[in-house]
Design a protein around this ligand. Structure first.
Ligand code: GTP
Ligand code: MG
Length: 153
């Protein structure tokens, strides 16, 4: 199945939302394949957000993502990348629909709780997973509810 990179950002950790984020993805039927509670250094932040290096908000973005620990994760499932993006909601929490993670928990563009690989950027999921995880840190297993989530499992 498809894998995607997800991160509970420093604001989510400080606000005690890591469990909620995991629960939402878990309850959807997505499967946790890896997780790492970690502090992002400046070099990793620059690599992870390289696509934004020329944007006016880049320094702020790097400062924020390195400001405290994050929970970096890999989630697996059918259409996982796009489904996680839908569950996250719009980039600006003020525009995100209620029921989405950003729409339920955020009010500020710069502190928007969660990151997920961009489904409109082909290969972004694999690239980000490789940046944060070694292959042996990811676990391949079956969840016992898979036949109840997927008709043909
Ligand atoms: P990520 O999952 O974090 O990559 O968010 P995204 O894919 O929904 O948005 P995008 O990749 O376009 O932007 C990356 C991050 O930069 C966003 O999550 C915001 O926190 C931040 N950001 C984007 N646009 C702005 C902006 O105009 N001003 C500020 N301060 N931050 C911004
Ligand atoms: Mg993005």
């Amino acid at each position: 199945d498809e894998r995607t990179f997800v991160m509970a950002k420093p604001d989510a950790v400080q606000r005690g939302l890591v469990g909620t984020i995991i629960s939402r993805l878990e309850e959807r039927g997505l499967k946790l394949a890896g997780a790492k509670f970690m502090q992002i250094d400046e070099e990793l932040a620059n690599q992870h957000y390289a696509e934004h290096q020329d944007k006016p908000f880049f320094d702020e973005l790097v400062a924020f993502i390195t400001s405290g620990p994050v929970m970096a994760m890999v989630w697996e499932g059918a259409d996982a990348t796009r489904q996680v993006r839908q569950m996250m909601g719009a980039t600006d929490p003020k525009e995100a629909q209620p029921g989405t993670i950003r729409g339920d928990f955020g009010l500020d563009l710069g502190q928007n709780i969660i990151h997920g690989s961009d489904h409109e950027d082909p290969g972004a999921n694999e690239r980000e997973i490789d940046l944060f995880f070694d292959e042996e840190e990811l676990v391949d297993y079956e969840r016992s509810d898979e036949p109840w989530v997927y008709e043909d499992a």
